[in-house]
Design a protein around this ligand. Structure first.
Ligand code: ADP
Ligand code: MG
Length: 635
């Protein structure tokens, strides 16, 4: 009891262990029949039966495998950590030819029965022997072996469940539903049928007379049902991931995906990995076609199901998937894993890491394939899971951009559709080496922004980005592309856009110089809201907006807005710059007012232009009433 509870954390695995032993026993007999002509055996008769009795609180696992002699009962069940199965496996590893897949190796699994049972009785008759023996123990004071009866070779392991306590109930282990679930979960791919008496209902056939009688009364006869039981095979036996890809239809994969991963829709993409060598394994992987509702919540657990020798080890093995591919579902099965004695963990994580690396590469390759071959499907995929990829770049401080950047898509203002970075670059002029983007809450709104219009009107494309993570991802990336082709990612509303020619720059510097006092006065009027007021190099034509707000430093207006919604990061401000369009008639009015010494007018204009630019950006203005009053005053 002490030993077993320190090995396992999850008591329900007892059934997995007993069924695995039964499967090994059947496998050993089958193997013997291959070499021993005297053993006449029909493989189809080999099976494992699980049954329970709620009144006597017993659960029985029976097999018609090789069985145990009195000596073997003594040695195998009487000795902790003695695994006859492991010895069998190594003795026969040459001869097996891949058809025997023994699960046992540690010699402790059997004792897991004592996590749920107060008494375990094993009745066994070895193949080729007439007498049967019963081994019995309460798991505390040793065991007894006495003569018993059994009509056929094989073994029954009979557990008497522990009494319920205030904290623990063992009742579920005697229910049809509970047992069936455990078989499905842990032993679904054991190679022999695991059978159970299951309760079913059927319609009762009526005696012919009833229907005629009813017809006369014009009364609808309600159908009557009765329940009956039938021995059913519960496990599906053949793991679909071990079948050759060409033998399995997409339909079958879809069915497997939907039933095992509880999704209503077919997967968007199905693929397999088969590795052979020092660490061989099979993996069957799916990319869902929709995001599960809790994907972006803390409760979501990523991971792949991990099997070893067809037996479930872990339902969600996290180490097999990087965070940014957390949406991938599927199974990995390997005989070569060095399992921890409990089969709950692995001894060498380097094995998992090796598998994870290969899987990651495969997922990336599959996504690129989807992007090339099925644009529509890929766009749906990106809509569902793109955020996670961008988080991957952000969380790695840009280290992962080589892996992930080419999987990203953004809306191109010029091409009016989703494009990849590579597609943006391909369509863009060779200089400047920049990718322009704008961030906000909708494409429609972004498109109309003066700063976006200004870049577009000069013939450059702008990516219109609406996900909160976009700009954080861009800032982590800084550039896209390699070496001389690397392009800087630039927000059209911050810093220098590298669009103005040398002449334009010189002209702007001159204007700025000429109006230094006006800009200083306006900055004062705005009471510290802006870092500075200056001449715009983005808005330079009469027909463009009179002013816009840009930012300096790492934080853009959009990032400021996103941060303001985060509980812990509120109050961080961007460094704003009010840029004035020197070609706009309003600018002439401003300079005139300044010349006339009309400080009130300069202040009124400063506030109007600033608040107006904020509104255009979708930012809240501090004092809407004052703004409205100012407009009224002007009118
Ligand atoms: P393991 O399966 O890792 O060897 P267990 O503690 O589960 O360790 O079982 C110990 C040994 O008992 C097995 O190696 C096997 O020889 C024997 N054994 C257990 N259950 C059965 C069974 N149903 N039929 C025949 N032999 C069994
Ligand atoms: Mg075992």
């Amino acid at each position: 009891d002490l030993m077993i509870n320190s090995i396992y954390t999850n008591r329900e695995i007892f059934l997995r262990e007993l069924i695995s032993n039964a499967s090994d026993a059947v496998d050993k007999l089958y193997f013997a029949s291959l070499t021993d002509k005297d053993i006449q055996l029909n493989r189809a008769d080999l099976r494992i039966v699980v049954s329970s009795d709620q009144d006597s609180r017993t659960v029985t696992v029976s097999d018609n495998g090789i069985g145990m002699t009195k000596e073997q009962l003594d040695l195998n069940l009487g000795t902790i950590a003695h695994s006859d199965s492991l010895a069998f496996k190594s003795d026969n590893s040459e001869a097996q030819g891949g058809d025997v897949d023994i699960i046992g190796q540690f010699g402790v699994g059997f004792y897991s029965a004592f996590m749920v049972a107060s008494k375990v009785r094993v009745v066994s008759r070895a193949y080729g022997h007439d007498e049967a023996w019963a081994w019995e123990s309460n798991g505390v004071d040793g065991y007894t072996i006495t003569a018993a009866e059994r009509s056929e070779h094989g073994t029954d392991v009979i557990l008497t469940l522990k009494d319920n306590t205030d904290e623990e109930s063992y009742d579920e282990f005697a229910t049809e539903y509970g047992l069936r679930n455990l078989i499905k979960r842990y032993s679904n791919y054991v190679r022999y049928p695991v059978m159970m008496e299951v309760t079913k209902t059927r319609e009762v056939a009526r005696p012919a007379g009833d229907a005629e009688a009813a017809e006369g009364d014009a009364v609808e006869l309600q159908p009557e049902y009765e329940t009956y039981t039938e021995l059913d095979t519960i496990n599906s036996m053949i793991p679909i991931w071990k079948r050759r890809g060409t033998d399995v239809s997409q339909e079958e994969y879809n069915e497997f995906y939907k039933s095992d991963f509880h999704d209503f829709s077919d997967p968007a993409c199905t693929f397999t990995v088969h590795a052979e060598g020092a660490l061989s394994y099979d993996a069957l992987l799916f990319i869902p076609s929709r995001a599960p509702y809790d994907l972006y919540s803390k409760d979501y657990k990523k991971g792949l199901a991990l099997y070893s020798s067809n037996v479930l080890i872990m339902e969600k093995c996290e180490e097999l998937l990087p965070d940014y591919y957390n949406f991938v579902r599927g199974v990995v099965d390997s005989q070569d894993l060095t399992l921890n004695i409990s089969r709950e963990t692995l001894q060498h994580n380097s094995q998992l890491r090796a598998i994870a690396r290969r899987i990651e590469k495969k997922v990336t390759a599959e996504l690129k394939k989807m992007l090339e071959n099925d644009r529509e499907e890929y766009e749906r995929f990106f809509d569902n899971f793109g955020r996670g990829l961008e988080f991957g770049i952000y969380n790695s401080y840009g280290m992962l951009k080589g892996e992930l950047a080419d999987l990203l898509m953004f809306y191109s203002a010029k091409q009016e559709k989703l494009v990849t970075f590579a597609e943006y670059v391909e369509a863009a002029p060779a200089d400047p080496k920049v990718i322009y983007y704008a961030c906000g809450d909708s494409v429609e709104r972004l498109r109309k922004l003066p700063v976006v219009q200004s870049v577009l009107s000069r013939g450059y494309d702008v990516l219109l980005c609406t996900k909160d993570v976009d700009e954080f991802c861009f800032q982590a990336m800084m550039t896209y592309g390699e070496g001389d082709d690397a392009r800087e990612l630039k927000n059209v509303a911050s810093g220098d856009l590298a669009l103005a020619s040398e002449d334009e720059k010189a002209a702007a510097a001159e204007t700025a110089k000429a109006h230094e006092s006006l800009f200083a006065a306006m900055k004062d009027d705005l009471g510290g809201e802006v870092e500075r007021v200056t001449v715009s190099s983005r808005l330079t034509r009469e027909d463009e907006a009179p002013a816009c707000i840009t930012t300096e430093g790492p934080l853009s207006l959009e990032m400021e807005r996103i941060m303001a919604q985060m509980p812990d990061a509120g109050g961080i401000k961007s460094q704003r710059v009010l840029e004035l369009n020197a070609a706009h008639p309003v600018f002439a009015k401003l300079t005139a007012a300044q010349k006339d010494g009309d400080a009130d007018k300069v202040r009124l204009y400063a506030e109007l232009l600033y608040n107006q630019a904020l509104l255009i950006e979708g930012m809240p203005i501090d004092d809407p009433v004052a703004f409205a009053n100012a407009v009224t005053q002007l009118m």
